[in-house]
Ligand binder design. Sequence first.
Ligand SMILES: *Cc1c(COP(=O)(O)O)cnc(C)c1O
Length: 381
Amino acid sequence: MKHVRLLTPGPTMVPQEILAEMARPTGHHRSAESRRALREVTEALQYLFQTNATCLTVTGSGSAAMEAAIVTTCAPGRKALVIRSGKFGERWAKVCAAFGIDHVTYDVDWGTAPSAEGIAEQLAADASIGYVIVVHCETSTATACDLEAIAKAVRSHDVLLIVDAVASAGAIPLRMDAWGVDVAVVGGQKAPMLPPGLSFVAVNDRAWAVADSFAPPAFYLDLKAYRKALAADYSPPYTPSVPLIMAARKALASIREMGIEAVWAKVATLARATRAAGEAIGLSLFSKAPSDSVTAFCVPDGIDDAVLRGRLRDEYGVLIAGGQDRLKGRIVRIGHLGHVDAVDTLGALAALEIVLNSMGYSCTLGAGVAAAQRVLAASAS
Ligand SMILES: *Cc1c(COP(=O)(O)O)cnc(C)c1O
C-alpha cells in the first residue's frame, strides 16, 4: 500500500487518533453524547478563532461556510466590498453574485496582499459599503494579508468585516475579537486536520444585529437556525455529520492542548524552513507577501510541473499542489498547516531535490534540506 503524505494546503493529513473517532458507533444526532460533542466543538472553536462570538458547525466544505456567512449577514440595502487577490477572493464575489448580493470588487494583483490603506481608500470613496470581505490567507497565491491592520482600518467605518480564514484559522495568528473581525469561516480539512465535510463559522453580536434585521435567501445555510440549536441544548437543526463532529471534538481538543500560539509557531517554522530550502536551491517564491500556511515556488523554466508533482507522488509518496487557474503550471504549493511536521517537510524537500535534478534542474543534493535543517535546529534550541 502506498504511503502518501499530503503536503497540500487542504486537504491535509488526518491523524490516526482523529480517524479512529469516526469509527465509533454513530449515535443519534440528538443523543446526549452527540449534543455534548457539539457543545465541546463549539467551545473549542471559540479558542481556535480567539473569540467569544457564536461558533457554528455546518456540514459541508469551506465553501458552504462562505455561503452561509454572507447569505445570513449581508442584508439588502448594504453593499459588500469584495477584495479579490486570487481564486478564493473570486469565489466570494461569485457567491455574492449567485445570491444577488449587491457588491463591488477591489482587485489586487495575484501574489500581492491587499493593504489596509488600499481598503481604507475604497471605504472613503464609497459610503454605501456595508461589508468588507477579505481572504486572510489566499491559498491560490500563498499570500497572507495583514489582517490586524485591515481590521483596524475597517473599524473606523460602520461596516462588518467578513474574513475567509479557511486557510488561516489554526495555522497563522488570528485573534478575531482583539482585532475586530465580525465574521470568520474555516474548513475542517485545512488546519483542523479533519477529513473533508465540515466547516465552521463564527458570528459576533454586531453581525447578528444585522442578520436579525432581514430574512436571508437561504434555508439550509441560514445560520439563525444553527444559532437556535445552540440555545436548545446543542440539538442541531438538521442531521449533521455526527462522525465528523466526533472527529472535530478530538482534533480541536488537540489544538487546544498544544496551545494555539505553539501551533502558530510550528507552522511558521515549517514555512521558514521551506523558504530557506527553496532559496538554497534557487527556487523563487511566487508571493511578494508569503503566507506561513502554504509556500508557493515558481516552477523553474523547462520543468513540467505536472510531471514534477506526478513523480513526487508516484516515486516518493509526496503530494504537493500545483497552481490554479492562471497559475496552472507556473507554481507548486507546499502546505504547512495541519498535522504535517518537520520530518514530513524535510522528506518532501529531499524528494523535491532528487526529482528536480533528474528532470534536468541542477542543484546540489541536500543543499535545500541542509538549509531547512538549520532553521529547524535554530527553532528547536
Ligand atoms: C480551501 C479554501 C476554501 C474553501 O474551499 P472548499 O474546497 O469548499 O473547502 C476557501 N477559502 C480558502 C482560502 C481556502 O483555502
